[in-house]
Write a protein that binds this ligand. Sequence first.
Ligand SMILES: O=P(O)(O)OC[C@H]1O[C@](O)(CO)[C@@H](O)[C@@H]1O
Length: 403
Amino acid sequence: MPDPAPAPVILGNETGSFPHSVLAERHPAIIRQVRASLPYGPERQRALDALLADCTEGVIEPLPPDAHDGDRWAAWGLDTYAGQSWFDVPWLWSESYFYRRLLDAVGYFGPGPEQAIDPFRPVKLTELDAPATDEELAALDGLETRPPDERAQALLHGSLWGNRADLGFRLSAGGDTPAAAPGLVADDSRTLWSLLPPSGTGTLCLVADNAGRELVPDLLLMAHLLAEGRVERAVLHVKPHPYYVSDATPADVLDALRRLTAAPGAAGAYGRRLWAATTDGRLTVRAHPFSCAPLPYAEMPDDLRAEFAEAALTVVKGDLNYRRLVGDRRWPPTTPFADVTGYFPGPVAALRTLKSDVICGLDAGTEAALVAAEGQRWRTAGTHALIQVNAGTDGGRGTGAGA
Ligand SMILES: O=P(O)(O)OC[C@H]1O[C@](O)(CO)[C@@H](O)[C@@H]1O
């Protein structure tokens, strides 16, 4: 694949832009939400005050000298960016470092009583326990009588649109999940299914995004692929620690599995199959440190590269992972997806609802129609979605649904 000339990296310093609003408004709102979620003591409150002042008006401060991951962050660019405004460095980097600092402020890395307490757990659990989750799980009963291909496509779309249920996103979308617009801006699902044939012996890697109502349909999709014999093994990549409010951690996977196994009907059966797959090793959970890195996947370390290289397919979920997959840059929207993901070591699919400016792989007509209807709002509104696949070869690419 030809490497496209790199487009400018997205920064957060343009007043009125979406990235600027995340740094200037969403991050303070997240600090308020964290304060309201758990009764942090005076020391933690002071640390949160300091972070609030720092991330809105100050400069990027280094980590404490004894930080367990100081070397890692130095390698990830902290030495370069310390002392600069949060708004003037790559937006992806700035956002990621915000969550690292937030965890410090609430004592997550300890020692102390708050060690390993997820500041976002209350909101994650509220969502997982919501009646809407019951309704989604009950809908599985109706799917059981459908032909396997139809069920597969429904579960794929469940996983895709589950990405709307992102708690950080809803914070600034006014509290409601945005309504879905019908149709996808790109749909390579036919290619995706061609990489997961019914008698598959390979491994699926699924790079998860959010916990709760996104992770549940991700798990259902994996359960289906394992049960139908499209893959022999599945590896679920989650974040090693709380991140971007609702991103899934290993603890969230256990919560989701318990939620599923406790459900009535088909959902409970899916849960029990997943439980069995976990205990016999067909489904494993990984929490690689790079999953919380402030960097694009093009810079992934060798061990992770080797894992993805061996997979029959790596499915990358959500908006943030998309930004990391294609690079958080101002690509012309028609830049081919295969070109910007040509570095990826194996077949890769993105399932994403559009919640930030970056986009590639659109055909010119689709872009023109979106702009004519909405200006640039379609990029960030969370109402459009895509399925893009780089099969790793020029052959076998296709468009349209069909499991
Ligand atoms: O949960 P998702 O789909 O990764 O979306 C989170 C999104 O929230 C934002 O970080 C803004 O805070 C988006 O830019 C980001 O990509």
